[in-house]
Design a protein around this ligand. Structure first.
Ligand code: F0G
Length: 460
C-alpha cells in the first residue's frame, strides 16, 4: 500500500480557522514580517517546531489523572523512573522541565573556561549552555553532512578522524565529554549509525573521555538504524534504543520531542559522584529530585510517551510522512537537505532565490511567502538566526518541522500544494531589511520590512 495512514484515530479535535489572504497580509505586517510575532490563532499549519507541539494519546491523558503531586517520593516519579530504567539501562535518572535545563546542569558541572566539547552538531541551546560556562563547543559532523544535495544514510555521523585530531591537538584533559546528537537537528534531522556511535565510543575509551548523547529524537534515530544499517533490519527498535543508550555514559533529553509530551526533560548519568552533584543543582533551580520542575501528571505523561514512541507502526508513519513531504518538495524543484530527515524538512532558500542576497534574508522571504500563500508557519535557519555569529552560515535554510501526531496526511498534501504555488512565484519574492535588531538571539524578536533588491543595495 502506498497511502501513508495515521496509526491512530481522532477522539478530540481542535478547530483550525481559515484566514483570507487579506487577513494574512495584515497579520504579517502587524508581526513586522517575523513569524515569531504572529498570534498562533492566525496560523493554519504550524511547522515552526516539533518541540512540545505534539498530540498526546488517550492513554497519556488517562495517566495524567493518576498524577501523584507529592513533593517527595511521588508514585508518578517511580513510574517515570522504571520506564526510563527499562528503556535505557541507566540508574541515575533525573527529571527536568526541558532539555536545556538538563544541559545547564551538566555543563555547569563539567564545563568552564579552557574546556572543549565536541559534537556532531551542537543544537543552539547546547552550544549556548557550553559557551555560557566559558567552554568552547566544536562541531565535527562528517563532510557529507555539510552539503544539502549529498545523500548518505547516516549524514549525522561524527567524523571520527577529526575527533582524534582534536583530542591529540588540545589534549584529552581539556575535553570533559564528547557529545553526539541523535538525530542531528542542526544538520537536517539526520541520523547517526550504531557503527559510528561504537567508533566514537572506542576513541573516547582510548582517551578516558565520557560519551554523552543529546537524545531528544532517539526513537526516530533508532528507526533509521533499523531501516538503513546493515544487520539491524530484523531487530526491534526497543533493542536498538537500548544499544544506543548502553554506548553512552550519560544523556540529555528534551521529552518535548520523542517523549511525546508538551513539557519535560531528562538527565541520565552513570557516574555516581556526578549524579550526586547534578541532583544538588537540580534541587537548587528545578525542584526536588523526584519531580525536577514538572508536575506529577507531567511525569505520568512522559512515562507513557516514552513507551508509545518506540511503537514501530507509529515510527513508520512518522518517518514516512516526513519523507513524503521531502520527496514531493524535491519533485516540485526545491533543493532540500537530502535525504529527508526524521522530524523536519530543510529547504535551501538561497538556491531558490538567487536574486536575494544573503544580507536580505532569502530564507525569511520564503517563510513570509509560505505564510502569505497558505497560513503555513516555518522558521528561517540562516543569516537572520545566525546573524550575530562571526561567519555567515553556509546555507540559507527554512525548516518545516512536523509536530508529532497533530497533522493528517491531507494537511501534508495541502503544504505540498501551497509550496508548489510559492515555487511558481519564486522570482518575485522580496528580500527583507531589519528595522529593529536586538543584540541577542535576534530572530525571536527582530522586526523587518520588505524591500526590493535594487532599493536596498544601490551600490551593487
Ligand atoms: N537538543 C536538541 C537537538 C534540540 O533540538 C533541542 C530543542 C534541545 C536540545 C533543547 O531542548 O527545547 O526542551 O530545551 N529543539 C527545539 C527545536 C527547540 O525547535 O528544534 P528544549
Amino acid at each position: 500500500m502506498k497511502t501513508i495512514i495515521e496509526p491512530f484515530k481522532i477522539k478530540v479535535v481542535e478547530p483550525l480557522e481559515l484566514t483570507t489572504p487579506e487577513e494574512r497580509e495584515q497579520a504579517l505586517r502587524d508581526a513586522h514580517f517575523n513569524v515569531f510575532n504572529l498570534h498562533a490563532h492566525d496560523v493554519l499549519i504550524d511547522l515552526l517546531t516539533d518541540s512540545g507541539t505534539g498530540a498526546m494519546s488517550s492513554l497519556q491523558w488517562a495517566a495524567m489523572m493518576q498524577g501523584d503531586e507529592s513533593y517527595a517520593g511521588a508514585e508518578s516519579f517511580y513510574r517515570f523512573l522504571h520506564r526510563l530504567e527499562d528503556m535505557t539501562g541507566f540508574t541515575h535518572i533525573l527529571p527536568t522541565h526541558q532539555g536545556r535545563a538538563s544541559e545547564r546542569i551538566l555543563f555547569e558541572l563539567v564545563g568552564g573556561p579552557g574546556k572543549i566539547v565536541p559534537n556532531n552538531n551542537h543544537f543552539d541551546t547546547t552550544r549556548a549552555n557550553i559557551e555560557h560556562s566559558g567552554a568552547e563547543a566544536i562541531d565535527l559532523v562528517i563532510e557529507e553532512g555539510k552539503h544539502a544535495a549529498v545523500r548518505h544514510p547516516f549524514k549525522g555521523n561524527m567524523d571520527v578522524d577529526k575527533l582524534v585530531d582534536l583530542i591529540d591537538r588540545v589534549g584529552p584533559d581539556r575535553i570533559p565529554l564528547c557529545m553526539v546528537t541523535v538525530t542531528n537537528n542542526s544538520g537536517g534531522g539526520q541520523p547517526v549509525s550504531l557503527e559510528n556511535l561504537r567508533a566514537v565510543r572506542k576513541v573516547c575509551d582510548g582517551y578516558g573521555i565520557p560519551l554523552f548523547l543529546d537524545a531528544c529524537r532517539f526513537a526516530e534515530n533508532a528507526y533509521f538504524i533499523k531501516l538503513r544499517e546493515a544487520g539491524q533490519g530484523d531487530r526491534s527498535v526497543r533493542d536498538i534504543v537500548r544499544d544506543m543508550f548502553e554506548l553512552a555514559d550519560g544523556a540529555t533529553i528534551s521529552a518535548k520531542k520523542d517523549g511525546l509530551v508538551n513539557i519535560g526533560g531528562v538527565l541520565l548519568l552513570r557516574d555516581d559522584a556526578l549524579a550526586a552533584q547534578a541532583g544538588a543543582l537540580l534541587i537548587l533551580t528545578e525542584g526536588f529530585v523526584t519531580y525536577g520542575g514538572v508536575a506529577g501528571r507531567d511525569l505520568e505523561a512522559m512515562a507513557q510517551g516514552f513507551e508509545e514512541v518506540v511503537h514501530e507502526d507509529y515510527l513508520a508513519y512518522r518517518i514516512g510522512s516526513t519523507q513524503y513531504l521531502g520527496e514531493r518538495l524535491l519533485e516540485i524543484g526545491y533543493q532540500i537537505v537530502e535525504p529527508p530527515g526524521g522530524h523536519a524538512i530543510y529547504v535551501d532558500a538561497g538556491e531558490l532565490c538567487p536574486h536575494i542576497p544573503q544580507e536580505l534574508f532569502p530564507g525569511q522571504a520564503l517563510v513570509c511567502a509560505l505564510y502569505r500563500e497558505a497560513g503555513i508557519r516555518s522558521v528561517e535557519i540562516g543569516s537572520l538566526m545566525f546573524g550575530d555569529a562571526a561567519e555567515p552560515p553556509p546555507m540559507e535554510l527554512v525548516r518545516l518541522a512536523i509536530p508529532r501526531r497533530v497533522y493528517t496526511q491531507s494537511h501534508i498534501d495541502y503544504v505540498v500544494e501551497a509550496a508548489a504555488h510559492v515555487f511558481e512565484q519564486r522570482h518575485a519574492l522580496r528580500g527583507l531589511r531589519l528595522t529593529n535588531d536586538p543584540p541577542y538571539l535576534r530572530h525571536f524578536t527582530a522586526q523587518l520590512e520588505e524591500v526590493t533588491v535594487e532599493a536596498a543595495l544601490p551600490a551593487r
